[in-house]
Design a protein around this ligand. Structure first.
Ligand SMILES: [Zn+2]
Ligand SMILES: [Zn+2]
Ligand SMILES: [Zn+2]
Length: 364
């Protein structure tokens, strides 16, 4: 039976969460507050002077004939096996209205920096610490591999390393096994520690087959030793602590559609478009001379939003573009009903939410 005088070490549970601070953190200049580091103020000022952005004159209406419009619908219905073919055969196109639709895209590529304490097992690796004060988080040179692509860089801040005894195991490198509380063996589950076969009578006691009559079985968690390796220090008993700098590069993208027809933005994001303008710079000035005034307004408003939204980041670069998307609204007559569908994108995709026979099950 279990020894009632054995008190398991209450610190030795199965909690392997590493501690987040050393016992005696060194107070470094400029690192009184860990976590998010705001960039120096004035980083994200927009350009004060208008950059002369010359745009080409647009006229990108895709001229479709009635035949083109019908072909597009036939192809669309063909892709949906349960759409009835009837309406395509019997429709009469009454109007075909092209429209200029534009997508304005703004991207701001930002950088944020933060610091925190991290630890790793200490196996006599070389500690570089000249004792000089560590550099300021924003003065450590880190550059992204590529602009407009999300990236994360982690690095050790120079002169912040120190070595401490591992608190979790008190420097032993191992901890009392949580499963057997350090005994190395556990009460046999088959005989409940009695050592006897369950139903044996009192005159002919038979030994428990599983524990050979001992009443105990070996603890598999610790391999019979009563100890398990400390996962925090990997058995080394010591930890190397240092301040870690996290640099995150993030591409923040927003867009706006100038559209006169009702069609979901998501469809327009995924069709082929024609790029008509693009510009990349440290800071962008809003487009002011696009023939569609909503594009000019969107450019100004999205740029303003980005300067506000990312004022706690450093904006490294900005890019914006205007894409032209051909859209044609087709009106047709089917069984004396006036219906519409939209042909969009350079590849002439069809959006037909009110197509009369969307499922063969409806044809009764
Ligand atoms: Zn054990
Ligand atoms: Zn047993
Ligand atoms: Zn440890």
């Amino acid at each position: 039976m279990e020894n009632p005088n054995f008190y398991p070490d209450i610190n030795n549970n199965n909690d392997d969460a590493p501690p987040s601070y050393p016992d005696n953190p060194i107070q470094f200049d400029g690192y009184q507050n860990l976590g998010f580091c705001a960039p120096e103020p004035g980083n994200n000022q927009p350009f004060l002077q208008e950059k002369n952005n010359v745009l080409p004159i647009f006229n990108d209406n895709q001229i479709l004939t009635e035949e083109d419009a019908e072909d597009a619908l036939v192809a669309f219905v063909g892709e949906h096996c349960c759409y009835g073919k009837g309406p395509v055969k019997n429709l009469e196109i009454t109007d075909l209205k092209p429209s200029n639709t534009y997508r304005y895209i703004l991207e701001s590529f930002t950088e944020t920096r933060s610091t925190k304490y991290v630890s790793e097992p200490y196996f006599q690796q070389i500690i570089v610490n000249t004792g000089a004060p560590p550099p300021h988080p924003w003065s450590i040179p880190v550059t992204p591999n590529q602009l407009f692509i999300d990236q994360k860089v982690l690095l050790e801040i120079p002169n912040t390393a120190q070595v401490e005894i591992c608190k979790k195991c008190s420097g032993r490198g191992n901890r009392t096994c949580y499963s057997c509380s350090g005994r190395g063996r556990k009460s046999c589950i088959h005989c409940h520690g009695s050592g006897h076969k369950h139903n044996s009578n009192h005159h002919h006691r038979e030994n428990c087959f599983f524990c050979s009559g001992t009443g105990f079985s070996n603890c598999h968690t610790c391999g019979h030793t009563g100890f398990i390796l400390c996962k925090i220090c990997s058995g080394s008993g010591r930890l190397k602590w240092y301040l870690q700098l996290t640099v995150e590069f993030k591409n923040n993208k927003d867009d706006f559609f100038s559209k006169t027809e009702f069609i979901p933005d998501e469809l327009l994001r995924n069709c082929l478009t024609k790029n008509t303008f693009s510009d990349t710079n440290l800071r962008l000035f809003p487009i002011t001379n696009h023939p569609n005034k909503y594009i000019n307004e969107a450019s100004s408003s999205l740029l303003g939003q980005h300067y506000t939204k990312f004022n706690q980041c450093k904006i490294l670069s900005q890019r914006h573009e205007v894409d032209s998307i051909p859209i044609n609204l087709v009106t047709y007559n089917y069984k004396n009903k006036i219906l519409n569908y939209i042909i969009y994108g350079l590849e002439s995709r069809v959006y037909a939410p009110d197509y009369p026979q969307k499922c063969c099950c409806n044809i009764l």
